[in-house]
Write a protein that binds this ligand. Structure first.
Ligand code: ADP
Ligand code: MG
Length: 346
């Protein structure tokens, strides 16, 4: 997606899958295999539980292959990907795309509506102006103001029947960096199940999807990174057939005159969003968890948590800008806090 490979290794520490790999218990004779590869500019780690080693390895290979396939469609680092072609045609013509690309962009527009525009898949020109993934710079307010019409979602058109995406203004650029990895985790799980995996975890850095149970009957446990303590885990949570995604201001950022500038931008100002240090969202599907973590980060802790409480099957763990931890109501009995340096807001 938008992550550069060199930075990705740091980003992969954002959420660690805990206790994934345990040998098959003698009574079940199931096998558990874990492998990692670089895709979408990040470390992709896949764990699978299966009946035989051959079948389990094949399921993992299929999982990686699916991530690679989606990268070819969605990455804007790949010049002839479907999304790059959509972006190149901005201001000129509609481009026909695969059902997958169309699904991601349409879901992004749906999440934009739910988050009052906080999640904005047309944020690309502003992401470029900050260039945080490569050579970070501070754009001027005039420069950002001039980009405003290019991130206006009313100029993004999708046609379900023609299967096209059209960006009305020249210079517009779709960027699915805020949602694509969650979608890839979902799709990877689909093909792994088809290939015979009984359970597993697909983790693209902080975008994680789990299915089934470990051979000993336990759920997969996921650790959420502390946003200010390198290498420390903030909380642990068990997931079953659920996804978790984390957006943090610590993944890609630079500091100037004591101010932290990071990669999640508020579409109203095109400045880095203030109000949160990290937002982890749990949902059934990775596409929701990933889209919502970014959108809620922008909405801020109060409005973000209000939205979470309205959505069925969606939970969140937010660390606000003062380092306070907020848990949605459905998580209070599910989360184990592992850091004592945070105050917990009930
Ligand atoms: P990651 O897991 O890569 O850190 P996030 O889910 O936290 O991704 O999303 C951050 C990425 O989303 C940014 O790098 C950028 O590509 C994109 N982005 C930034 N601001 C927004 C926004 N307001 N809406 C949608 N996408 C955004
Ligand atoms: Mg996201």
């Amino acid at each position: 997606m938008s992550l550069k490979p060199t930075l990705a290794i740091l980003a992969c520490l954002s959420v660690a899958v805990l206790s994934c790999v345990k040998g098959g218990s003698p009574s079940t004779s199931l096998v558990t295999v874990k492998r990692a590869q670089m895709h979408m500019g990040t470390l992709v780690s896949i764990t699978a539980v299966g009946r035989t080693e051959v079948e389990t390895n094949a399921a993992i290979a299929a999982g990686f292959q699916e991530v690679k396939r989606l990268e070819q469609l969605l990455s804007t680092w790949i010049p002839n990907s479907e999304l790059s072609r959509v972006n190149t045609a901005a201001g000129r013509s509609a481009v026909q795309v695969s059902p997958e690309t169309l699904a991601v962009v349409r879901k992004s527009l749906e999440i934009a509506e739910m988050t009052e525009g906080a999640f904005n898949v047309a944020i690309g020109p502003a992401v470029d102006a900050w260039n945080i993934s490569a050579e970070p710079r501070l754009p001027t307010t005039e420069e950002l103001a001039a980009l405003k019409p290019l991130v206006d979602l009313q100029y993004v058109h999708t046609d379900l029947w023609e299967r096209t995406i059209h960006l009305e203004k020249q210079g517009m650029r779709i960027d699915v960096g805020g949602i694509g990895k969650g979608y890839a985790a979902d799709q990877s799980v689909v093909v792994m199940k088809e290939a015979g995996a009984l359970a597993g975890v697909v983790a693209l850095s902080g975008d994680i999807k789990t299915f089934g149970l470990l051979p000993d009957g336990a759920s997969f446990s996921v650790g959420i990174r502390h946003p200010r303590k390198e290498g420390a885990i903030l909380a642990e949570i068990k997931l079953q057939d659920e996804a978790i995604s984390t957006a943090g201001d610590y993944e890609r950022f630079f500091e100037k005159d004591g101010v932290r500038y990071h990669h999640i931008l508020d579409p109203r100002t095109l400045q880095p969003a203030r109000g949160c240090q990290s937002v982890s969202v749990i949902a059934k599907e990775g596409i929701w968890a990933d889209g919502l973590d970014t959108g809620i980060f922008v909405l801020g802790p109060e409005r973000g948590m209000e939205l979470v409480e309205q959505l069925e099957g969606v939970e969140a763990i937010i660390v606000d800008d003062a380092g306070r931890l907020l848990l949605s109501s459905g998580l209070r009995d599910r989360v184990v806090l592992t850091s004592d340096n945070l105050s917990w807001e009930q």
